[in-house]
Design a binder for this molecule. Structure first.
Ligand code: GTP
Ligand code: MG
Ligand code: ZN
Length: 276
């Protein structure tokens, strides 16, 4: 019977079967017949009698962090206070979403903890992301966020303590997910959520995920610019990296203020981070 892996805890793979029942299967490491290590979100063939996963069906997409496959939307949960707001992280997640053909949506949390002045500062970033066609919601817009879950497979991502589990609890109080305290001195959470888990919310499947402390991008240097809709302008050289070429039209747009300097600086940082 076919199903979808909704949670993996050590070698127990919880599968939601097509007949709407949940079965615990035991699978260790790679599958013998197609040499794939199953992850949460995988569509699988299950031997119900033996309680084993027989086959992982082809994936639409696959993310390493959070470790999940076959998602439609990536909700980037970003705090404005503790942990601090980071356009660098948002831009990195946008890169990951776009390169995997996943729709990114930004959720802003903890706006109740900041001053009006700080709100104005963050609004600048939000306005730019909206200009790029990205949906941005504050975590108090529960109805709108709930609507995004309908008939979709969604993964939440973001730093530990940014409010991912709290957001899901707001959308569906019956989930009762564990949420954590954020240590004020470190400005970091303590990894309250430990496993990636797909939960049924509003006819969709939503993955709560553990936060992280670092995030890598795996792609070639030359491909980075492809995932910048705002960099999609003709340049003097077709192969222009937009880093320091003379007469680069992207650098010109940055100098003119059409592309914000923070956005460009994040791009330069990513260009330095990717090795190839
Ligand atoms: N003031 C305020 N606190 C919030 C908000 N959202 C979440 N919190 C608090 O932030 C802390 C961390 O929230 P969690 O939901 O556990 O964060 P998480 O992203 O799931 O963290 P991990 O599971 O460790 O990745 C909790 O104490 C929440 O109550 C918000 O909008 N405002
Ligand atoms: Mg959590
Ligand atoms: Zn250029």
């Amino acid at each position: 019977m076919n199903g979808k892996i909704i949670c993996i805890n050590k070698y127990i793979h919880k599968v939601l079967l097509s007949n709407n029942t949940i079965i615990d299967t035991r699978t260790r490491g790679k599958l013998r017949n197609n040499n794939v290590t199953p992850v949460v979100g995988d569509n699988v063939e299950v031997d119900v009698k033996n309680k084993t996963i027989e086959k992982v069906l082809p994936r639409k997409n696959y993310l390493e962090r959070p470790l999940i496959a076959n998602i439609d939307k990536l909700l980037i949960v970003m705090s404005t206070s503790i942990p601090v707001f980071s356009s660098y992280l948002i831009d990195k997640f946008l890169l990951i979403a776009y390169s995997n053909h996943i729709e990114p949506i930004i959720i802003i949390t903890k706006t109740d903890m900041i001053s009006v002045k700080e709100k104005m500062d963050i609004k600048k970033y939000i306005n730019y992301y909206r200009k790029l066609g990205i949906k941005v919601y504050v975590n108090t817009s529960v109805k709108k966020i709930r609507q995004e879950f309908k008939d979709s497979t969604v993964a939440l991502c973001g730093q530990t303590g940014s409010g991912k589990s709290s957001l899901l609890n707001k959308v569906d109080a019956s989930l009762k997910l564990k949420t954590g305290e954020v240590s004020l001195s470190l400005g970091r959470g303590k990894h309250t959520t430990r496993l990636v888990e797909l939960l049924e919310v509003n006819d969709g499947l939503i993955a709560d995920t553990p936060g992280f402390s670092s995030l890598e991008i795996n792609m070639d240097k030359k491909d980075l610019k492809k995932y910048y809709p705002d960099f999609n302008k003709p340049c003097k050289y077709r192969s222009c990296t937009h880093v320091k070429e003379d007469g680069c039209s992207i650098i010109e747009l940055v100098l003119k203020g059409k592309i914000p300097s923070w956005r460009y600086e994040n791009y330069i940082k990513f260009m330095e981070e990717v090795s190839k």
